[in-house]
Ligand binder design. Sequence first.
Ligand SMILES: Nc1ncnc2c1ncn2[C@@H]1O[C@H](COP(=O)(O)OP(=O)(O)O)[C@@H](O)[C@H]1O
Ligand SMILES: [Mg+2]
Length: 335
Amino acid sequence: MTGRTIRLHTFCSVKGGVGKSTLATACAKLLAARKRVPVLVDCDLTGTSLADGLRLRAPSVTRLDDGSIDLEAPPTGELLTVEQTRALRAQRRDALRRDGQTWKDRPHPPPYFNDPLNYAFRTKRPGRVDALLWRHERDDGVLYLPSSSTHDDVIQSVEWFFGQPFDWARSFAWTLDALAQQVPALSDVVVDLPPGIWGFPHEALVLVSTLLREEPMPDDYPPWHTGPIRWAPNPFLVTSRDPNDILPAIEYVARQRARIPTLKPIVNRDTEGLNALRSMARARVGPLLEAAGLHETLERVAEMSSLARLFWDGDVTADKVPPEVEKTLRLVEEP
Ligand SMILES: Nc1ncnc2c1ncn2[C@@H]1O[C@H](COP(=O)(O)OP(=O)(O)O)[C@@H](O)[C@H]1O
Ligand SMILES: [Mg+2]
């Protein structure tokens, strides 16, 4: 494979419900409209799956004898309809309620992000992630990998979430590496992280900082510092104007400034003036802000009915996303 750069756009937040998934989805759609090839990876196992809010079509997968997904099988190239996808999702969710079944016995499809992650954790191989990619009903050029928020899938994954630190981040990195190898046209990965700045989201940001500083990857991680793929991070921290949210968010950004200088706070769903927010932040964490040179970097996404519609009717096209969002997300190419 020839050398190439893949951009890694990551969205984290202190609190849930502040617009990470909205901005991550808008980001992926805008990239596809620019003829790039983005994969949107939904890592928020604890929140609403992207498959709940968008009209997504799952890929048809190869099954093993026990009904589970063959994670080493190449893509079949076929997609289910939205209705077939929803029926299979309900089946996957309900299967365990039958007497005496374990998660190994239940019908697995459709595939979720949880599957390659768990597989990578158990086998140290992520399998054929290219066979697991979903599409929007109206093909918008985005490749989707939604998470499952089904109780048993979450339980299975969080068992090792609380085990060794960095197991998630390591399996995640191998999953990204598999995507890069298996989808040769892949140009961007957009990552919708779980809420919180501890545990996996923090580990993902440590990975971002390692890439930004061009430090060697740790043992057991894909050797990106020596290989032909260059990952270029574009990290964001999404916050609301709620003081319980924005103050810890700014404090986190300020504290991480040395390691992640490009981590950009975005105030979403803000109805107050940006200057009022800046002065509130300055009053509360002022010295930290000044020391980090952060006082002018706060950017805002205004209340926008077009973005709110994404998860209302499951479809917002890239041309409906206001142009300011492209600038805020640093997608506009410098001349
Ligand atoms: N800028 C915005 N204006 C209006 N509504 C928004 C905006 N951003 C997000 N929303 C709505 O707020 C809710 C939570 O957003 P979501 O992106 O799911 O948050 P998160 O992923 O951080 O939990 C969704 O119903 C979404 O449609
Ligand atoms: Mg979300």
